[in-house]
Design a protein around this ligand. Structure first.
Ligand code: KIV
Ligand code: ZN
Length: 385
């Protein structure tokens, strides 16, 4: 089975979510949990952004072992120096240098032509090479860059000795077919492409980050980049837990897997949510509160008979105790009866019918009927009898 390397950028792109600011202690706490989760590479921050971030990246670099720690850098010498400073003490340091390549960015942001972009990136990689043996180079906004220029840029990065070349869909613009095709094109047209790992980095502006990342894997990407809970700029980044579980659940289709300890997913998700203050929506795939919850009577009946009727993966796999059958107005007698048994009440048919009718009345008035509500219904019935 082909191994897909996981590059986690929760502490960098994830921290760029509006309103999120992690201090050093929080970054180190998340870093330790990411280590337990088994990610391969961790982008700890952007050292040139602020002295505080440089210090936080340095604390992470010293705290984690057996993991590559990465610092982000624009294609500028001062940024590269800041990453060198920040990664002092790291067991396995790596610098992540980037420069935008798309016509929109070249014209409006960088005010450079193609030749200048190529030269600037080449000089930055050469300068980084003096201090780092591992370099990742990213073509920012690769998703909106001309194919021939992508090939030229990746050829240059390979020649200059980058270890990983990242192809970001920075603005979440592409469809899975188009994004996958870029990887195919680079594999077929870049001389010496086998000397580097190709990486996928997607944003979720059109809700396609996970699908695009999977398309890249199908077309030869060696590494995926993402964040826990999919946090990140604007609509966020690819959610790492979604990729890991897609590869795990559909092994026969993707024929690739990560080295993640899947049973750490739920704990990592809760920690990141608590420390960033970014609440995970209930319906978020894999880690949302409803991801393993069932409300309708038909689904609950199916679940009680055989779980695979309505669950394609088990909650235990990601470290949760069990699925939830939520009692609400759509629930049926089967789930109602089972819950009463769990609460210690096995009612005769007649009593069960009456309690069930009262439960339905209550369910029409409330979104969820809790165990406390049920106990109140039962106690009342028992007193009436
Ligand atoms: O989305 C992006 O292009 C980035 C780069 C800095 C890699 O985050
Ligand atoms: Zn990004």
């Amino acid at each position: 089975m082909r191994k897909i390397y996981v590059f986690d950028t929760t502490l960098r792109d994830g921290e760029q979510s509006p309103g999120v600011n992690l201090n050093t202690r929080e970054k180190v706490e998340i870093a330790h949990q990411l280590e337990r989760l088994g990610i391969d590479r961790m982008e700890a921050g952007f050292p040139a952004a602020s002295p505080g971030d440089l210090a936080a990246v340095n604390a992470v670099a010293k705290a984690v072992k057996n993991i590559t720690v990465i610092g982000l850098s624009r294609s500028r010498e001062q940024d590269i120096d800041a990453v060198r400073e920040a990664l002092k003490g790291a067991q396995d340091p790596c610098i992540h240098v980037f420069l935008a390549t798309s016509p929109i960015h070249r014209q409006h942001k960088l005010r450079m032509d193609k030749g200048q972009v190529l030269d600037t990136a080449r000089s930055a990689i050469r300068y980084a090479k003096k201090s780092f043996s591992k370099i990742e180079f990213s073509l920012e906004d690769a998703g909106r860059t001309e194919y021939d220029f992508l090939v030229e840029m990746v050829n240059m990065a390979v020649e200059e000795g980058a270890s990983v070349v990242n192809i970001p869909d920075t603005v979440g613009y592409l469809s899975p077919y188009e994004y996958g095709n870029i990887f195919k094109h680079l594999k077929e047209n870049v001389h010496g492409i086998e000397k580097v790992q190709l990486s996928a980095h997607c944003h979720n502006d059109l809700g396609m980050a996970t699908a695009n990342t999977l398309a890249a894997i199908l077309n030869g990407a060696d590494q995926i980049e993402g964040t826990i809970n999919g946090i990140g700029e604007r609509a966020g980044n690819t959610a790492i837990e979604e990729i890991a579980m897609a590869l795990e659940t559909r092994q026969e289709f993707f024929k690739a897997k990560t080295s993640l300890q899947l049973s750490e997913i739920a704990r990592t998700s809760r920690l990141v949510s608590r420390l960033t203050g970014m609440v995970v929506p209930g319906n978020k795939a894999i880690v949302g509160a409803n991801a393993f919850a069932h409300e309708s009577g038909i689904h609950q009946d199916g679940m009680l008979k055989e779980k695979t009727t309505y669950e394609i993966m088990t909650p235990e796999t990601i470290g949760l105790k069990e699925s939830k059958l939520v009692l609400g107005k759509h629930s049926g007698r089967h789930a109602f009866r089972e819950r009463l048994i769990e609460l210690g009440y096995e009612l005769e048919d007649e009593a069960l019918n009456r309690a069930f009718a009262q439960f339905k009345d209550l369910a029409d008035k409330k979104k969820e009927v809790t165990d406390e509500d049920l106990l109140a219904v039962i106690e009342e019935k028992l007193q009436d009898a």
